[in-house]
Ligand binder design. Structure first.
Ligand SMILES: [Zn+2]
Ligand SMILES: [Zn+2]
Ligand SMILES: [Zn+2]
Length: 151
């Protein structure tokens, strides 16, 4: 199932350009990366593309809805090309790792406000915070190492 990026771009009336294709490819292969990482990935493929061009492409793709920008509290903005399924994210407090979590409902807003105060709610932003498996393992190792040392 390879998404056809050219078709996606044309569907939102954006011209098909090499930098736009490169950004979409980078985000498909590396979801939830920050701007600097996108720049590095694109320039590894197309060294002549400027930083500013990558910023512009990210903004155009985000505005067009082909790319989603997420920014967990205290983190730098990350980008992903998985859009339209209202999935959520789980974020590690220790290392900032981000993983996708399927939305149980699938469409926004998946949570009903106990009182919407008369607002028409179209989105509920759900972020699960915790400790990723790597960081959890590291803590267990450190704990057992220090208890051995005290013996
Ligand atoms: Zn972690
Ligand atoms: Zn995601
Ligand atoms: Zn949900």
């Amino acid at each position: 199932m390879t998404p056809d990026f050219e078709t996606q771009l044309r569907a939102v009336s954006l011209r098909v350009t090499r930098p736009r294709l490169a950004v979409l490819r980078a985000l498909r292969d590396h979801p939830h990366v920050d701007t600097d990482t996108v720049i590095a990935l694109v320039r590894a493929e197309q060294p002549t593309v400027s930083h500013q061009a990558v910023y512009d492409v990210l903004r155009a793709l985000t505005d067009a809805g082909l790319v989603r920008r997420i920014q967990p509290a205290g983190a730098t903005a990350r980008y992903e090309s998985r859009v339209g399924d209202n999935h959520h994210h789980v974020v590690c407090r220790s290392c900032g790792a981000i993983a996708d979590v399927e939305c149980a409902v699938g469409h926004a807003p998946c949570l009903t406000a106990s009182d919407d105060r008369g607002f028409v709610v179209d989105e509920a932003e759900v972020v699960y915070w915790g400790t990723c498996p790597d960081c959890a393992t590291e803590r267990t190792v450190q704990r057992s190492a220090s208890s051995e040392g005290s013996r």
